[in-house]
Design a protein around this ligand. Structure first.
Ligand code: IPE
Ligand code: IPE
Ligand code: MG
Length: 266
């Protein structure tokens, strides 16, 4: 077999180490509009084709044993887009959620959302709430949709709640810790993502999970979201596995710690 063919057939999934799978992966699904333009179609066509990528990636993530997958579906800033696009996105949300609930249940995936969903059109909000309720008992993986989400909104809300607790004498200022802040974020109880993926070549966070991504590994790819398939996802996981996560320590310290753990285990 030629080298080229062998590379083409290379099974990326089998290169993934099972003992180093991130528990939480967050994604900025970007590039739908440019994908549509490339195909000479209106932007909505890109959003529709992006749904297929969500299906592939959620399946791949669940198969790998990833416990949480957070997807940026609509930012607070996205309300500034043309009304036609916003309406189409909201309609697509209802349609997709209704269609996908069965598959989510089949794959034992629980659905959650973060963001101010009270501002969504009633139809979208109700469909979302119903799907969250109908998938509440699934425990294989949690898929979190960030909808009308922005990190600055979330942090401001947390600050207000904490200030109120201090005002009501339920909390002392001196007792506020990082855990207090985390407790007031919409991701309360969910571990921070170890890996952030952003498609379409943009290298920014766009107001996404600023607190939670404090120590995440960042992975940027030029692939547009509708072209992002299982193999693209495996590539991101493999890149994550090639990183040394030092958390402020030195490489030598990490090596010593690993040796110590191995010695303790034998
Ligand atoms: C991401 O794709 C989807 C949403 C923001 C809802 P875009 O719509 O941002 O696509 P580009 O960045 O314009 O190509
Ligand atoms: C971020 O993408 C929001 C979502 C993917 C939902 P955008 O396309 O809206 O971000 P900017 O405008 O390029 O920063
Ligand atoms: Mg974009």
């Amino acid at each position: 077999m030629s080298v080229v063919l062998r590379i083409a057939l290379k099974d990326l999934k089998s290169d993934i180490q099972q003992n180093n799978i991130p528990s939480h992966v967050a994604i900025v699904m970007d590039g739908n509009g440019r994908w549509a333009k490339k195909h000479g179609k209106p932007r909505v066509f890109g959003h529709k084709n992006g749904v297929r990528s969500i299906r592939h990636v959620s399946e791949a993530a669940a198969e790998l044993g990833i416990k949480y997958l957070t997807l940026y579906a609509f930012s607070t800033e996205n309300w500034n887009r043309p009304a036609m696009e916003v309406n189409a996105l909201m309609a697509l949300l209802v349609e997709t959620i209704r269609k996908e609930v069965e598959t989510l249940n089949k794959n034992k995936i629980r659905l959650l959302s973060i963001g101010d969903i009270s501002k969504l059109p009633e139809k979208s909000r109700l469909a979302l709430e119903k799907a969250i309720e109908n998938t509440a008992n699934n425990d294989r993986m949690t898929m979190i949709l960030a909808l009308n989400y922005s990190s600055k909104w979330e942090i401001t809300k947390a600050v207000k709640e904490i200030a109120q607790e201090v005002k009501n004498n339920v909390l002392e200022v001196g007792d506020i810790t990082e855990a207090t802040v985390a407790h007031h974020l919409s991701t309360n109880g969910i571990p921070d993502p170890e890996l952030l993926i952003r498609t379409s070549g943009e290298c920014r966070l766009s107001n996404y999970l600023l607190w939670q991504l404090a120590y995440a590994e960042l992975y940027f790819t030029n692939t547009l979201w509708p072209d992002f398939d299982k193999d693209e996802f495996y590539k991101a996981i493999l890149s994550y596995q090639s990183r040394e996560r030092r958390f402020g320590m030195t490489s030598e310290q990490l090596l010593n710690n690993t040796t110590k753990t191995i010695n303790e285990a034998i």
